[in-house]
Design a protein around this ligand. Structure first.
Ligand code: CUA
Length: 344
């Protein structure tokens, strides 16, 4: 880390992607510098060399140069294509979290970051992660646009109300790193800051096993209801409490489609379209059930808009995603809960 009184011109590179982003950034700077020097150098040099002098007041007429024009079209085209390909490659690198990533759910609200680990631990404005492990963030907002920004990881992604965005990083150095909100979100936007604490794996496991301190916060409604249960366990309770279980049963003839194995699968809709049941689809189907009705079912599900917090929605989605085992006939909803062993 930078010492506290140093003036950091450039953020530390503390994630696997950080160096990749920096190389690209330096390349852009180098290309820009090259053209700034060549263009301003020629501008100044030619102004001096071809300035108006006695006996030489009228310039030559030049009728174009095919060679020159081809060169200054092809070279910049090639350069922009390199920038495009390189930038796209980086973009896809950021867009695809590795499969084995540790998952963290992030809710932005005016003006704080609420985070929850899939093991159940909650944090406010702090994120503890193990070093050398990919961490995937699934993010949404309770109110306005925010942006999750950790300069040392070169990670900056918008956090939007009503939508999930994802980001990921793999921290390479233990330490504490700034977390900022990088989207103006109201009067206390500049105070919407926190830190990411990167720990050695053993220290992280110790931290994870400690009971979370109860943080009394206005607006953290679902925290009281579900404590620090793993989201999948809290989601299972909600599934019964909100009576989802009444209609969403695995056997055929149930009022709603079975949710076993639905997460990540291709779902045929009543209108003939097929959609992939990702987090966004599951979320939409809870809040706006008549929007994308599954083929073979009636649009009879009531909306849960306004009845579930973002945390509860995430818990339900995690529970639905855990329903992957084939259902034994006549036993209700099959359960294969990752993390259920942590439920005590
Ligand atoms: Cu949240 Cu700025």
């Amino acid at each position: 880390m930078m010492s506290a009184n140093a003036f950091p011109l450039f953020p530390e590179a503390a994630s696997t992607m950080a160096a990749q982003v920096d190389y690209f950034y330096f390349f852009l700077i180098a290309v820009s510098l090259f053209f700034i020097i060549i263009i301003s150098g020629m501008l100044i040099g030619f102004s001096v060399k071809y300035r108006r002098r006695p006996g030489n007041t009228v310039g030559h007429r030049i009728h174009g140069s095919t060679l020159l024009e081809v060169a200054w079209s092809i070279i910049p085209f090639g350069l922009t294509m390199v920038i495009f390909a390189w930038g796209t490659w980086l973009f896809f690198g950021f867009a695809r979290p590795p499969d084995n990533a540790h998952e963290v759910f992030v809710v932005g609200k005016q003006w704080m970051w609420k985070l929850q680990h899939m093991e159940g631990k909650r944090e406010i404005n702090e994120l503890h992660v193990p070093v050398g492990q990919s961490v995937k963030l699934t993010m949404t907002s309770e109110d306005v646009l925010h942006s999750f920004y950790v300069p040392a990881f070169r990670v900056k992604f918008d956090v939007l109300p009503g939508r999930y965005t994802t980001a990921w990083f793999n921290a390479i150095k233990p330490g504490e790193y700034h977390l900022f909100c990088a989207e103006f979100c109201g009067t206390e936007h500049s105070g919407m800051i926190g830190k990411v604490v990167v720990m050695e794996p053993a220290a992280y496991q110790t931290w994870l096993a400690q009971p979370a301190p109860i943080v009394p916060l206005t607006g953290a409604t679902s925290a009281s209801a579900s404590g620090a249960l793993p989201p999948v366990v809290a989601g299972e309770a909600l599934f019964t409490q909100k009576a989802c279980i009444t209609c969403h049963q695995p056997q055929s003839g149930a009022l709603g489609p079975s949710l076993v194995g639905v997460a990540g699968s291709a779902v045929k809709l009543a209108n003939g379209q097929t959609v992939i049941a990702d987090d966004a689809y599951l979320r939409e189907s809870i809040l706006n059930p008549t929007g994308k009705v599954v083929a073979g079912f009636q649009p009879v599900m009531p909306t849960f808009q306004g009845q579930l917090s973002e945390e509860q929605l995430m818990q339900l989605i995690q529970y639905i995603k855990s329903l992957q085992a084939p259902a034994p006939p006549g036993q209700g909803v099959a359960q294969a809960k990752p993390g259920a062993d942590l439920d005590s």
